[in-house]
Design a protein around this ligand. Structure first.
Ligand code: NAD
Length: 496
């Protein structure tokens, strides 16, 4: 076991205040603070303030007042757009700091922070992109259908007070992916980031505060999912809940919000397939699949291609490449540029991932690479070795359950029809990738896949296009026109 420390990076970083942002003021936590333990070392890097139901009540009251009585929903679009552009500028000016905070938050390796969706560039762009949507939120006019209604038109109005709940794996990007469109639409917000990665979201709250939004427009509170997230979801004054996280919590939130006919958007988990056909550039296909599953956040990404479906004629070659990739990953101090993979976010999550592997082996799977913890990493670090499993039937739990770690199942197929059947044989429908040199096949297969996002020979999600899941991967979309419509209600006006 090696010994590393990340504590010396604290002095070189502008940490957010250990407080929450409510009604335009920084407030202390009221429950016991949560020690934020670094996933690579187990060191405590921050004491996260914890809200309770009274903090939720204060934050919702502030957001409600800002929506019902404040200027924000009524501001001319040009002025709202200026605020969003200002926030983008503030984020850009803080890029290096935010990126370092990300490595302290969830141990994202610095070698991976430059990946567009992870670092501060993406949230900054999202504020700019959504500033650009403000003047494009247009309605329709309708020809007269009946006498007495010569003029009929629709307009879009903000949905109201929005509760935003985010996970720990891409805390900056996911915060911005919800806060930017909600602000652009004219909503007011209570955001609750994950207790497992609070640093970047609190720092973003600080930057948004510097943009001088009217008080109560953005409130950021921290604490455990239950009671803090749960209290937010249950509050009748919250018009909409926008949640990113696990399917189980998403399902509970949908039931709670649905019971009071509140609005809800859900971005949930996945069990995404990568389909590798024999006419693909196999090196590229494996690099994209394995890069996603083993490097960076080490498979702790919702769209990880955790099921590698391979044409039997190239199965051995693909397996050899995958194992090479798995054994080439390096682990340790995320601030070391030579480190390419991340630890699991917590000890409990590491144990869960290892439990999935043990169960798979008991069910008949064979480990051809990895299968346990990474040797020579800190004792209190949560590192799991990139794991390649074969002899997996698609019906086995390891091929059906989201593992959220560096574990891939490699499953052969005989022809295109079987590949599509296997790919779609899952409760999830978030991402999928098709690797082929035949564009006819690429279009045919991507159309047949029941997934919200399909990459063809690439895997970089576009920031300006909709993202979201089919089936149990979610409800609604983020980004693009579909994304901003999630924060708007349509009103039809008919005039004599
Ligand atoms: P999680 O569901 O455990 O927690 C997500 C958030 O919900 C956290 O802020 C947590 O505090 C809060 N929460 C927990 N219980 C709650 C409750 N009862 N009521 C209200 N809020 C509650 O998920 P996680 O472990 O933080 O994140 C991993 C999951 O997120 C994976 O399933 C992953 O696929 C998913 N994810 C999805 C996307 C996407 O865009 N589809 C993106 C990233 C992550």
């Amino acid at each position: 076991m090696t010994s590393i420390s990340v504590l010396h990076h604290l002095a070189a970083t502008t940490l957010p205040p250990p407080r929450m942002f409510v009604g335009g003021n920084w407030v202390e936590g009221v429950a016991d603070p949560i020690a934020h333990q670094h996933p690579a070392t187990g060191e405590t890097v921050f004491q996260t303030p914890a809200a309770d139901r009274s903090t939720v009540d204060a934050a919702v009251s502030a957001a409600r007042k800002a929506f019902d009585e404040g200027p924000w929903p009524r501001l001319p679009g040009r002025e709202r757009a200026r605020y969003l552009r200002k926030i983008a500028e503030l984020i850009r000016a803080d890029t290096a700091n935010l990126n370092a905070l990300l490595s302290l938050d969830n141990a994202t390796p610095v070698s991976f922070v430059g990946f567009y969706q992870m670092g501060a560039e993406y949230p900054a762009d999202l504020f700019d992109i959504h500033a650009g949507w403000i003047d494009k939120i247009t309605g329709e006019t309708f020809p007269a259908w009946d006498s007495g209604q010569p003029f009929v038109f629709t307009s879009h109005e903000p949905v109201g007070v929005v509760g935003i709940i985010t996970p720990w794996n891409a805390p900056m990007s996911l915060f911005a992916q919800k806060v930017a469109p909600a602000l652009a639409a004219g909503c007011t917000i209570i955001a609750k980031p994950s207790e497992l990665a609070p640093l970047t979201s609190l720092r973003l709250a600080e930057l948004v505060a510097q943009a001088d939004l009217p008080p109560g427009v953005l409130n950021v509170i921290t604490g455990h999912g239950d009671p803090v997230g749960a209290a937010l979801v249950e509050d009748q004054r919250v018009d909409k809940v926008s949640f990113t996280g696990s399917r189980a919590v998403g399902s509970a939130i949908a039931s709670s919000v649905g019971a009071r006919i509140g609005r809800v958007s859900l971005e949930l988990g996945g069990k995404s397939p990568g389909l590798i056909f024999p006419d693909a550039d196999l090196g590229m296909a494996v690099a994209l699949t394995a890069g996603n599953a083993f490097l960076g956040l080490s498979g702790q990404v919702c769209v990880t291609q955790s099921r590698v479906l391979v044409d039997r004629s190239v199965y051995d070659q693909v397996l050899e490449y995958l194992v090479g990739f798995a054994s080439g990953a390096s682990f340790g101090d995320p601030f070391n540029p030579a480190v390419s993979g991340a630890p699991m976010i917590s000890r409990a999550h590491m144990d869960r991932v290892l439990g999935h592997i043990t169960r798979a082996v008991n069910d008949g799977a064979t480990v051809v690479s990895g299968g346990g913890r990474v040797a020579d990493t800190p004792e209190h670090g949560n590192f799991v070795a990139p794991t390649v499993l074969v002899d997996v039937d698609n019906s086995m739990p390891v091929a059906q359950d989201e593992i959220f770690g560096p574990v891939v199942c490699v499953i052969p197929f005989e022809d295109e029809a079987q590949a599509i059947r296997l790919a779609n044989d899952t409760q999830y429908g978030l991402g999928a990738a098709v690797y082929t040199g035949d564009m006819g096949r690429a279009l045919r297969v991507s159309k047949a896949l029941r997934a919200g996002n399909v990459g063809v020979n690439t895997w970089t999600l576009p920031a300006n296009a909709p993202f979201g899941g089919m089936k149990q991967s979610g409800l609604g979309r983020e980004n693009g026109r579909d994304g901003i419509l999630e924060y708007l209600e349509t009103k039809t006006t008919f005039m004599a």
